[in-house]
Write a protein that binds this ligand. Structure first.
Ligand code: NDP
Ligand SMILES: C[C@H](O)[C@@H]1OC(=O)[C@H](O)[C@@H]1O
Length: 256
């Protein structure tokens, strides 16, 4: 098992990519902290994941808290230490993407997106890194960035800068935290069918277009991203830091 004896915190693990990653980390032997928003729907989904994980003999707890709140990272770390005694891996995954045009972007939509996806993440990564430093045996931090860190989206002008920011944060943290043996990497998913884009991809034309642009001929599923996250979390990636891994079925390189 790739993550035996490791404690993994994953934000936004109640649904979508985070949920698949949490399940796979638990299958690989990790004790998992399932982060979610704290809404009744998020809490219910997190408890159902705990049951799934328990059913195959794994261990998990859930912690609700707004990813935009700078204190949520401290809360996740404290809960992990209380329940499992350590934090070995931190996966910053929680995020939102309320598609909206640029010229009339409401300030509150812009600010909520940046606070949720990037500003809260900064302090959560900082909280996890301090815990790892104090433990003295290194660790792994993974940001779920996006292909959108590298390319634009006309309805995502508030979102793509947050994904570029996470990508950049991992590069700088790789330098800042390398001396403590803490590796920092990002995964860059392409288009993965989840709740975040359910409405956008309900448009059959858009769905067909995104699929046709993907050399592997299909959209991604949350499980497609779980393996790369486990790899970067594991000692198999012990000399990998400051890297970013596209998980996009070839979408990014498909110019012509
Ligand atoms: N799907 C895609 O095509 C791609 C997604 N990504 C990124 O992957 C990450 C996960 O997305 P995906 O799985 O698709 O999305 P989902 O909408 O399926 O899941 C989002 C998760 O984030 C949590 N979350 C949302 N808002 C908050 C908040 N304010 N505080 C705490 N938790 C919150 C949700 O918790 P709750 O259940 O409590 O609401 C849920 O667990 C995001 O960062 C996204 O940007 C990157 C590239 C492509
Ligand atoms: C939510 C979008 O469908 C998805 O999010 C991303 O980060 C990808 O670039 C896709 O646009």
């Amino acid at each position: 098992m790739l993550l035996a004896d490791k404690t993994v915190i994953i934000t936004g693990a109640s649904r979508g990519i985070g949920r698949a990653a949490a399940r796979e980390c638990a299958r690989q032997g990790a004790r998992v902290v399932i982060g979610h928003s704290g809404s009744s729907q998020g809490t219910e989904a997190a408890y159902s994941l705990i049951e799934e994980i328990k059913a195959f003999g794994g261990r998990a707890i859930e912690v609700g808290g707004d990813a935009a709140d700078p204190d949520t990272g401290d809360k996740l770390v404290a809960a992990a230490v209380q329940a499992f005694g350590s934090v070995d891996v931190f996966v910053n995954n929680a995020g939102i993407c309320p598609f909206h045009s640029f010229l009339d972007m409401p300030r509150e939509v812009y600010l909520k997106t940046v606070n949720t996806n990037l500003n809260g993440a900064y302090f959560a990564v900082q909280a996890a890194a301090n815990q790892m430093k104090n433990q003295g045996r290194g660790g792994a931090i993974i940001a779920v960035s996006s292909i959108s860190a590298l390319v634009g989206g006309g309805m995502q002008t508030h979102y793509t800068p947050t994904k570029a920011g996470l990508h950049s944060l991992m590069q700088s943290c790789a330098i800042a935290l390398g001396p403590y043996g803490i590796r920092c990497n990002s995964v860059l998913p392409g288009t993965i069918a989840t709740d975040i884009n359910k409405e956008d991809l309900a448009d059959a034309e858009k769905l067909a277009y995104m699929t046709s642009r993907t050399p592997l001929g299909r959209l991604g599923e949350p499980d497609d991203v779980a393996g790369p996250i486990v790899f970067l979390a594991s000692d198999m990636a012990r000399y990998v830091t400051g890297a970013s891994l596209l998980v996009d079925g070839g979408l990014f390189v498909n110019l012509q």
